[in-house]
Design a protein around this ligand. Sequence first.
Ligand code: HEC
Length: 121
Amino acid sequence: MRIHLFKILVICLVLTNISCENDSESDLVDVTIVPLVTYENSVKTIIDDNCTTCHNDPLVNFAPMPLLTFDQVKEAVDNRGLINRVSSEDISFLMPFGGPRLPQSTIDVIIQWNTDGLLEQ
Ligand code: HEC
């Protein structure tokens, strides 16, 4: 009986050792954590810098809605085609109204915000 237990112990030790063995670093995965885009960490600043000259409260230059809060900006993505408007190549449709078009990297942040689930923070 004692020999039997001893065998089991040895087998366990061998298995544990094999499963944890790692002689090379080349197969270690380099994990880069990309934080999610949120309204608070990225989008608010973009909208404040480029849109609220018109989309304010009170409204300026005949803009149809304010873009001052998370709810308002999220609603504009969901129901007012905000992403199509900032992505457009058509100057008569593009936002900011009258252009110039935002840098693609900035547009991509808004698109990524949508992909990440339109989080507030
Ligand atoms: C110079 C003023 C001005 C600026 C700056 C501006 N807008 Fe506008 N926006 C308007 C006007 C006026 C309209 C209504 C006419 C139209 O739809 O083209 C409008 C319409 C929109 C609409 C469509 C609303 C609807 O219900 O159809 C969206 C979405 C929008 N803007 C988003 C933005 C975003 C996002 C920015 C910043 C990147 C921005 N706008 C910057 C004036 C502006």
